[in-house]
Design a protein around this ligand. Sequence first.
Ligand code: AMP
Ligand code: ZN
Length: 115
Amino acid sequence: MSHDPNCLFCKIAAGQIPAKKVHEDDDLLVFHDINPWAPVHVLVIPKAHIPTLADAQPGHDALLGRMLGLAPRLMKQLGVSNGFRTVINTGPDGGQEVYHLHMHVMGGPRPWAKG
Ligand code: AMP
Ligand code: ZN
């Protein structure tokens, strides 16, 4: 399924729910986390509905690579110059709350609220 009408992040990708976007292209969207753990905390999502990293198929490898490759460029663009953290929570034991694949990218001076 490439779009799930009940999925929060699909709704954000479709523009049905507002988000503070920092990057958008044909395949990916990046927006600020609504409840940031760090001074800069963005979420990188594929526009296509992939519920978890465990649902990604070999055909998604290029997409996953692009998500990772985008992280340092975004952090630079957002003024983060002293390192950052990337996190993908997967499934119940991974602490995933929103079941649309997303990568957290967090940076900025410590201390952070969490993480
Ligand atoms: P996870 O636990 O990895 O599934 O993280 C889900 C993340 O989505 C949390 O950090 C939430 O703060 C964030 N989040 C939930 N709703 C929204 C929203 N409407 N806009 C931006 N971020 C959100
Ligand atoms: Zn979705």
